[in-house]
Design a protein around this ligand. Structure first.
Ligand SMILES: Nc1nc2c(c(=O)[nH]1)N[C@H]1C(S)=C(S)[C@@H](COP(=O)(O)O)O[C@H]1N2
Ligand SMILES: [Mo]
Length: 361
């Protein structure tokens, strides 16, 4: 489906929600397009380059309406390798604590990295004469209508103006040297590196500069951390904590969790990702549930906005092998120990220590 690999784990066909197997993500700085996870809240719109138009309005001096040819021809093209991570990534860890009805049970694969190519959002906002006020917000609108929203409405969201003016934020029409595929938001999507995937609005058709965050359902009601005892069905717009930068996270990608492995030399592989303008500084591995830790080797990175791959070589003795991993970022913060302490009613931002269990024979 949607040209994804046959081993893709499909949570829902409509809306299409699917994640790659761990092994498919493993060891790659850039995830192939046929492997990249896909997260949708409604039907995938079909918009040709010729039909597409982007309107930039609100607190700007010169409202713009750009065709695809104007966007791609008028502004410099930039490439950014960036990881997208859905706030629902690793929700299965929360489901083990307490059920989360109505939300897909995403495993470790609602995260992937691509080389995105497009115009800087900043250049487009400047061409429109954006007001220079850091308290403003930039709202994105798209045509895909979601009946998961109350009331039913097109998908949307916003980011603060200072982030929108950062050089890494793109209006992208290319993904891994191909035209941006329809399932990933083609002809044009926003890519907001360092923020939760929800803000990288696909099939973008409107940009509005405004004093408040977007009142779209997916900004004002969803993608918010509600208190553990709140009822998400009766929560009001603005309740809970709005998610913007992605949480510091990591995972073990190989061998597959639960695998039987031969005794002797083996290497663990995984990724770590830091939020917004932070970087991953260290990845620790523990074989005793977190009492003692040893450092993993970090691979060279090719982008500040992409994930950090890591590996750890060991000699495995026969018996059960229990692996725990945590990352540290450039502010000295590390990941919380347990999913139970983070559990929230919509199941967002599970960045507790990652674990994997192996049977060594
Ligand atoms: N228009 C639109 N944009 C969207 C979404 C959507 O449903 N509609 N899903 C968001 C979410 S929650 C995520 S995690 C990313 C996923 O991007 P991908 O499908 O290219 O992996 O797109 C975001 N942009
Ligand atoms: Mo997401």
């Amino acid at each position: 489906m949607w040209d994804k690999r046959p081993d893709t784990i499909v949570h829902e066909e409509s809306p299409f929600n699917a994640e790659p197997a761990r092994s498919a993500l493993c060891g790659r700085d850039v995830t192939p397009v046929d492997t990249f996870y896909s997260r949708n809240h409604g039907p995938i719109p079909e918009i040709t380059k010729d039909d597409w138009q982007l309107r930039i309005t609100g607190l700007v001096t010169t409202p713009l309406a750009l065709s695809f040819a104007e966007l791609t021809g008028r502004f410099d093209t930039h490439a950014v390798i960036a990881t997208l991570q859905c706030a629902g990534n690793r929700r299965t860890g929360f489901n083990q604590v307490r059920d989360i009805p109505g939300e897909d049970p995403w495993g470790p694969g609602a995260t992937s990295t691509a080389e995105w190519r497009g115009a800087r959002l900043r250049d487009v906002l400047q061409a429109a004469g954006v007001q220079d006020d850091p308290s403003l917000h930039v709202a994105f609108g798209a045509p895909d209508v979601s009946d998961l929203a109350t009331p039913v409405q097109p998908y949307g969201g916003s980011i603060p103006l200072p982030k929108a003016m950062s050089e890494e934020v793109l209006l992208a029409w290319g993904m891994n040297c191909e035209p941006l595929p329809r399932v990933h938001g083609g002809p044009v999507r926003v890519v907001v590196p360092g923020f939760i995937g929800a803000r990288s609005v696909k099939w973008i058709t409107s940009i509005t500069v405004q004093p408040e965050p977007s009142d779209n359902f997916f900004q004002s009601r969803a993608y918010r951390i509600l208190p553990a005892d709140a009822d998400p069905d009766t929560a009001k717009p603005g309740d809970g904590i709005s998610l913007s930068s992605v949480a510091l996270n990591c995972d073990v990608l190989a061998p597959e969790d639960g695998a039987t492995v031969p005794a002797g030399p083996m290497t663990l592989h995984g990724y770590a990702l830091a939020g917004d303008d932070r970087t991953v500084e260290r990845v620790d591995v523990s074989f005793d549930g977190g009492s003692t830790w040893t450092q993993a080797a970090l691979e060279p990175t090719h982008s500040k906005w992409g994930w950090q791959l890591w590996s750890f070589a060991l000699c495995a003795a026969p018996g059960p092998l229990h692996v725990t991993v945590r990352a540290w970022d450039s502010t000295g913060s590390t990941q919380p120990e347990s999913a139970a302490t983070l559990w929230n009613p919509k199941g967002y931002a599970n960045n507790s220590w990652a674990t994997a269990n192996f049977d060594v024979t």
